[in-house]
Design a protein around this ligand. Structure first.
Ligand SMILES: Cc1cc2nc3c(=O)[nH]c(=O)nc-3n(C[C@H](O)[C@H](O)[C@H](O)COP(=O)(O)OP(=O)(O)OC[C@H]3O[C@@H](n4cnc5c(N)ncnc54)[C@H](O)[C@@H]3O)c2cc1C
Length: 268
């Protein structure tokens, strides 16, 4: 199928993009990897596409001592390949490597993944796991939201229709962060995935791929016995509401959490 007719605006600055988004029914076009298929199936019918690919000020990668600042237009493949990102936050490069296939990763953007808010997406979950903040700009100005507040539910965020995600600030973790996901075939969205941060004797687990959004839970102390840890995973994961057909994912979630814990160097 083909999309319905739409108006096209190529923005070169954030201000131009925000102005063009004032039109009712307007939508941002970033990498187009989620939006264009939806338009072709006519599940999305924007009246106007505001193409932000020419907004150079949103493509920055800045590594600071304690945080990583990434423009919304940073492509997934840049997250995989950039030497500074690989050095300062290797789990980000590793997770991005699991997004679709190379062709998708060279177009898809961080801001697009964040705004699309697929509950099975790797990047939104990592943002929640690390306590990232997301900067958005709209007609009323700029605001910053924590990732936890930004992701409200199934493909639902705190973003208003005329707002633009401009950048993400990721605090560099103090502990080791492990990552594991289960997919049917390489390149598919995760059936279930987990990030585990290990800091001292405790840390946190963040699950994605089931439930309506990524969910993070703090753990004061990891039990050293794997069987006792299993009880911790089972107890925590029950706090993630899932539909009946996804109940089997609780078992997957327990398994990926344990593997992620081990990936973080937590094997006793
Ligand atoms: C076959 C296939 C497999 C895939 N597998 C995975 C996977 O395993 N994991 C994964 O995470 N993703 C996967 N994706 C999705 C891919 O990562 C997309 O790149 C991503 O979801 C959206 O990014 P985009 O830049 O392409 O956004 P677009 O498709 O351009 O936009 C997506 C949505 O976000 C909005 N938007 C985009 N940028 C902004 C912005 N800066 N501010 C406000 N709104 C914005 C758009 O208006 C639209 O509603 C897959 C896609 C395909 C086609």
């Amino acid at each position: 199928m083909k999309p319905v007719a739409f108006d096209y605006v190529a923005a070169t600055t954030v201000e131009e993009a925000v102005n063009a988004l004032r039109e009712p029914g307007a939508k941002v076009l970033a990498g187009g990897q989620s939006l264009v298929p939806l338009m072709n199936f006519r599940l999305s019918r924007p009246s106007r596409l505001v193409d932000i690919n020419g907004v150079a000020s949103m493509a920055h990668i800045e590594v600071r001592e304690r945080e990583l600042i990434l423009g919304a237009l940073v492509r997934h493949q840049q997250l995989v390949e950039d030497p500074e990102i690989r050095r300062s936050l290797p789990v980000l490069s590793r997770a991005a490597q699991h997004i679709g296939h190379w062709a998708i990763r060279t177009r898809g953007t961080l801001g697009g993944s964040v705004a699309h808010a697929d509950p099975a997406a790797e990047l939104p979950a990592l943002l929640v796991a690390l306590g990232a903040t997301i900067a958005v700009v709209g007609p009323e100005g700029t605001r910053e939201l924590t990732a936890e507040a930004f992701f409200e539910g199934f493909y639902t965020t705190a973003l208003a229709p005329s707002e633009l995600v401009t950048q993400v600030k990721l605090p560099l973790p103090q502990g080791a962060v492990g990552f594991k996901e289960v997919v049917r075939r390489p390149g598919d969205f995760a059936l279930a995935g987990a990030y585990v941060e290990r800091l001292g004797s405790g840390g946190a687990v963040t699950w994605f791929g089931f439930g309506d959004r990524p969910r993070r839970f703090s753990v004061r102390e990891w039990p050293s016995d794997p069987e006792d840890r299993r009880h911790v995973w089972v107890e925590l994961v029950r706090n993630v509401p899932v539909e009946e057909r996804d109940q089997y994912k609780y078992e997957l979630a327990v398994a990926v959490a344990e593997e992620s814990y081990r990936d973080a160097g937590g094997e006793e």
